[in-house]
Design a protein around this ligand. Structure first.
Ligand code: SF4
Length: 255
C-alpha cells in the first residue's frame, strides 16, 4: 500500500500537460499555450459545432485510437505508458510486454525489473514500470483484477490521472468522455472551439459545446485532426475539413 501511495504521487507527475509544462523548455510550452494572436474572433455557434462534427463523422464514422491493446487492462497500461510518449513508440514496446502479461496478475508476477526492461525504449520508463506494477497490484487487491468503470476508482490508481481515466472510460467502456491531450488542447484554443488555460477548462468547454450525438467519438476525431491536419507547427489548413468554420486568424490558407 505504501508503495502504491508513493507511486500514486509520482504518477500525478506523469499527467502529460502538467508534466510537460514543468519539464519542457519554453519553446515546447508555447505549443501548449494559446498564442495571443490566435484569439478567436467570436465563439462557435451550435450550428457550426454540429456542422464540424457532422463532417468529421462523415469522413470517419468509426474513429479508432492508435494505442495497441487487447483488453481494457492492456489499454489502461498502454495509456499510462503513453504519457509524454508517442503512441507509435508505445506500440513498439507493448507487444512483447502484453505477450507476457495481459492481466494484472501476470504483470505482478513479471515484476518491476522485467517490466522496466521491456519498456525501456519509452520515456520515463522507470517511473512507468513502477506505476504499472503498482496499479496491477491494486487491481488484484481491490478490484478483482478488473479495470474499474468509475472515474474515482480509476484516478485512485498509481499513474492514472484525469486524462488517462477519460481515455479508458471512453475506449474501454464507451463513455462519452473527452480526454484532453496536447492535440485537443491546441485545437480547442486555436480554433476557438473551446478556449481554456488548462486541459480541464478545455475539457469542460468541449463537454458543453459538443452535442451529445457526437460526444462518444469526439475525442478521437479531434485527436486525429490534431495529429494529421491541425498539427502544431504548420497546420494543413488547405486540407482541413472545417477550414470555413475555424476561427483562427492565422490560417495558412483561408476557406
Ligand atoms: S483551418 Fe487550419 S487552424 Fe483551423 S482547424 Fe483547420 S487546420 Fe486547424
Amino acid at each position: 500500500m505504501g508503495m502504491g501511495n508513493m507511486a500514486s504521487k509520482s504518477a500525478k507527475r506523469l499527467e502529460p500537460e502538467a508534466a510537460l509544462k514543468r519539464s519542457k523548455p519554453k519553446s515546447a510550452r508555447k505549443l501548449l499555450a494559446p498564442a495571443k494572436s490566435t484569439k478567436p474572433s467570436r465563439p462557435w455557434t451550435l450550428a457550426e459545432v454540429t456542422e464540424a462534427f457532422r463532417r468529421f463523422r462523415a469522413a470517419n464514422p468509426e474513429p479508432r485510437g492508435e494505442l495497441a491493446h487487447v483488453n481494457p487492462y492492456t489499454l489502461l497500461v498502454a495509456v499510462v505508458l503513453s504519457a509524454q510518449a508517442t503512441d507509435a513508440g508505445v506500440n513498439k514496446a507493448t507487444p512483447a510486454l502484453f505477450a507476457l502479461a495481459d492481466t494484472p496478475q501476470k504483470m505482478v508476477k513479471l515484476g518491476e525489473p522485467r517490466v522496466r526492461d521491456l519498456i525501456k525504449t519509452i520515456g520515463l520508463f522507470r517511473n512507468k514500470a513502477k506505476n504499472v506494477v503498482a496499479l496491477s497490484e491494486r487491481l488484484v487487491a481491490e478490484h478483482g483484477s478488473q479495470v474499474p468503470r468509475t472515474r474515482e476508482a480509476l484516478e485512485a490508481l498509481p499513474g492514472v490521472g484525469r486524462k488517462t481515466a477519460n481515455v479508458v472510460l471512453n475506449m474501454a467502456f464507451g463513455e462519452p468522455t473527452i480526454a484532453v491531450d496536447t492535440h485537443i488542447f491546441r485545437i480547442g484554443n486555436r480554433t476557438g472551439l473551446a478556449p481554456g488555460k488548462t486541459p480541464f477548462e478545455v475539457e469542460q468547454k468541449l463537454e458543453a459545446a459538443i452535442p451529445d450525438e457526437f460526444k462518444r467519438h469526439a475525442h478521437h476525431w479531434l485527436i486525429l485532426h490534431g495529429r494529421y491536419v491541425c498539427v502544431a507547427r504548420k497546420p494543413l489548413c488547405e486540407k482541413c475539413l472545417i477550414n470555413d468554420l475555424c476561427k483562427w486568424s492565422e490560417k495558412t490558407v483561408a476557406a
